[in-house]
Design a protein around this ligand. Structure first.
Ligand SMILES: [Zn+2]
Length: 282
């Protein structure tokens, strides 16, 4: 996989170098059937497991980029978005002169499905509140993150994906999680992670925030508002994007300046935090 700079306003575009540079934009109408991961499909060409890279891009403020891939699946890396963030910081992020186009939420939009819920409300910046309630040993966790506070690289990106040891055989039989192992996911036994330690005591809910940011990237532009999610997953995240895009009366396109000084400072601060020993992951 290789990331290339793109012109202002072009968005996030995947390019299959093994298929004559066929391009698929990271936008809602290209979302494919979703289960354990989020995939994009156009004219039968698939790009799978897009959520962690998209999360890292949005979290670090990258609006325009070309992502070259020579196969259909994005690398799982360590199960988090931290390796992407580190790579972006090594390459550098340039501020483009054109203002950033955002989806500014004007009225509440809510989707409920049994005890699962996602809502978005008007508000400055991009805030996400997430609550989960998983079987033991995870239980209930909740967290809130403000992406405008530039803490994505340290508070969200390092959180890894997770799975229950008890589900492993069933998922493998279904052809899912083929590549999952103790190096790219937290594996949960009855009493806790069997491949600890955790990077955060609430790493699970932080990873759900990471996934949600990646899935909401499929709105095609950064969201300006407050998102609240409870017990949701990829299918609901992407259903929510479709619902949001369909109703043009609940949001408007806004143009927000991004200053070069602020972007450079953010990157520098993130880099400094990333060098802290506490974040050198398992
Ligand atoms: Zn994930």
């Amino acid at each position: 996989m290789r990331l290339l700079p793109a012109a202002a306003g072009s968005g996030i575009v995947f390019r299959r170098t093994d298929l004559d540079n066929f391009e698929i934009s990271a936008i809602g109408r290209n979302v494919a059937k979703v289960s354990y991961a989020t995939s994009l499909m156009r004219q039968g060409v698939l790009i799978s497991t897009t959520e962690h890279l998209l999360s890292a891009l949005i979290g670090m403020g990258v609006d325009n980029v070309i992502v070259e891939l020579d196969n259909l699946e994005l690398p799982i890396l360590d199960g988090s978005a931290l390796p992407y963030v580190e790579a972006f910081l090594r390459a550098g992020i340039r501020t483009q002169r054109r203002k950033r186009e955002t989806i500014r939420v004007l009225r509440a939009v809510e989707v409920r499905e049994g005890d699962k819920f996602i809502g978005v409300y008007p508000g400055a910046g991009y805030r996400i509140s997430y609550a989960i309630d998983f079987p033991a040993p995870i239980g209930k966790q909740r967290t809130c993150v403000d992406l405008a506070a530039e803490t994505y690289g340290t508070t969200i990106a390092p959180a890894r994906t997770f799975g229950y040891l008890a589900d492993e055989k069933r998922l493998r039989d279904m052809g899912l999680i083929r590549g999952a192992n103790a190096k790219n996911a937290i594996i949960l036994g009855a009493k806790g992670p069997i491949n600890g330690p955790l990077r955060f005591s609430d790493e699970y809910v932080r990873h759900k925030v990471l996934d949600l940011i990646g899935d909401l990237a499929l709105a095609g532009r950064r969201i300006e508002g407050h998102v609240v999610a409870e017990r949701a997953g990829h299918a609901m995240h992407t259903a929510f994007v479709a619902r949001l895009l369909k109703d043009r009366s609940v949001w408007e396109l806004a143009h927000v300046p991004v200053t070069a000084a602020a972007a450079a400072e953010d990157a520098e601060r993130s880099a400094a935090r990333l060098r802290a020993p506490a974040l050198v992951g398992a």
